[in-house]
Design a binder for this molecule. Sequence first.
Ligand code: C2E
Ligand code: CA
Ligand code: CA
Length: 609
Amino acid sequence: MTSWMAATVATIVAISVPANFYNAKHQYYQGLLDAEVELVSQSIEVLAARYPLTWKDKSDELNQIIKDLPRTGTAGRRELAVLSGEKWIAGTLMSPERSVANWAIARTSYPVYLDGHEFGRVEAQVSLGSVAAHTLLVAMFAAVFGIASFVVLRRFPLRALQEALEEVNYLASHDQLTDLPNRTLFHDRLQQALADGERRGTRVAILCLDLDHFKDVNDSLGHSMGDELLQQVTTRLRNLLRKSDTLARLGGDEFAIVQTSADSLEDAATLAQRIIEAVAHPFSLNGHDVSISSSVGITVFPDDHCSADHLLRHADLALYRAKSEGRGTFCFFEEEMNIQLQRRKALERDLRTAISEEQFELFYQPQIGLNDDQVAGVEALIRWHHPERGIISPDMFIPLVEETGLIIPITEWALRQACSQAKDWADLRVAVNLSPAAFKHPDLIGLVSGILEDTQLDPARLEIEITETSLMQDTQKTLATLRGLKDLGIQVAMDDFGTGYSSLSYLQRFPFDKIKIDRSFIANISDQKEKGAIIEAIIKMSQSLGMVTNAEGVETDDQASFLIGQGCDQVQGFYYAHPMRAAEISAISKMSGHEMSTVRHEAKTRHAS
Ligand code: C2E
Ligand code: CA
Ligand code: CA
């Protein structure tokens, strides 16, 4: 590489210097010659004007004009000739073949006019022999200079350049923290390993591994401790691998391994198990003992015969499964995972047309006030009528909607729909769920107020439910958004309370109107004392902060009685009513909670018998 570059530089020097020298000289003499010929032509025109009929015969005068021309150029022999038609009438012009060097000649030609008609030409040429000789000399020096620059460049600066290039190459293919190959290099090595495996007929295992709850270490001990942990993990992993295997860091706490020494699936499983055990030993970070587990996803080529990209994705899917199966384990890729992925992709595609094709519908679940046993409001719960798969519940598609950014149009649709439908139900309040991604909408307040204006719903009859996850980032902005919503005159409820990160401080800083106790606390309250105690505490705290409590997922008489006993304000659950179509709400809105539960109980008994 360096020789090649040095040779290029040397050649450019050796050729361009003499070429430029000759070119400059040639242009100079060409300019002189042009000027001289123009002068001669003008003198002949004067002569011709004086003797219009005989000037062609006055060769003495013509030759004198040529002779009198001052010799300005010194390049070499100069020849001038006057022509009338094809006939020479004065001067000489040797043919180019007879001149010093065929190529080293400057030539020119200039017309002679009489009464506006061209009746002759002056032609001239000058040999640039001396210029050519000088150029040759210059070329010799340039060649020597070129050779010298080749030697110098090759020995010194280009070597430094090459080292710099190698350094850049290394940095571009390695992770700086752990010094391991990065994703790009890993990909190259994987492709290489697959090609080798294919040729030799051997197996190649791809393992993806990820530290469980690594984020907690970063959050609690700081990023430098997190980095230290990653370095120590790298050392342990390196010790488990053979030379022919490749370990890479793909990003964050994600590592990947190409195991070329995997003769069987068991080999890959053994390595995965050893990795999990090695990582499970506590790490010492600046005096802190930190324990962390890891999960591993594996796929094996050629059992799983596809491209490097797909194999990596399959190992990643297997890792995902290992994590969802409780972490600290490994899992092999199975085709089923791929099918699930495909299904998800298809769902994502279908979602894009769902709004325009009006496939969404809001169901409403009554919320019963326990003080008067009347329906106090309804919660709007979205349903998707999929053309092939029937009704799809929001848990199946809301996360996908959040990832794809479709959450904004869907939220807008749900808000508009709920607000306009609520106008039919005299005084029921309608609660709409707002997912964290929608809460981050830059102009959420404008969106909500616009919809209220369009639908003319009394803002007091709209309630927005947000979860604790929405509150986790950027406190100032979150509080401002919450205040903006409240200033519109709408109600704000905290949904699924108790499932997320503790946001007690939020409850103090922001006056939620309602707290919805998550249904996981309501389930089994009668058998689990501590659950009852938690509910009791939440209700007491909400009362002291002046917030309404709503208990979700009430399914039994016992649960309802317990909540009534605790002074809970509202309940919602299958015990009273399932989410239902808008048309049904008008019918039940005048029923008491007791009537609703009786109707449901009777229906259930009828169904059972
Ligand atoms: P969520 O906000 O906690 O809604 C309550 C969920 O509990 C509803 O599920 C409801 O059908 C269910 N449920 C009600 N009573 C009972 C009961 O007694 N027992 C049991 N086991 N479940 C009960 P659904 O409709 O499937 O909605 C699931 C989640 O999807 C909702 O949880 C909410 O987070 C989200 N979601 C629903 N609609 C929307 C929406 O329009 N926008 C957004 N962003 N999220 C929505
Ligand atoms: Ca909700
Ligand atoms: Ca909830």
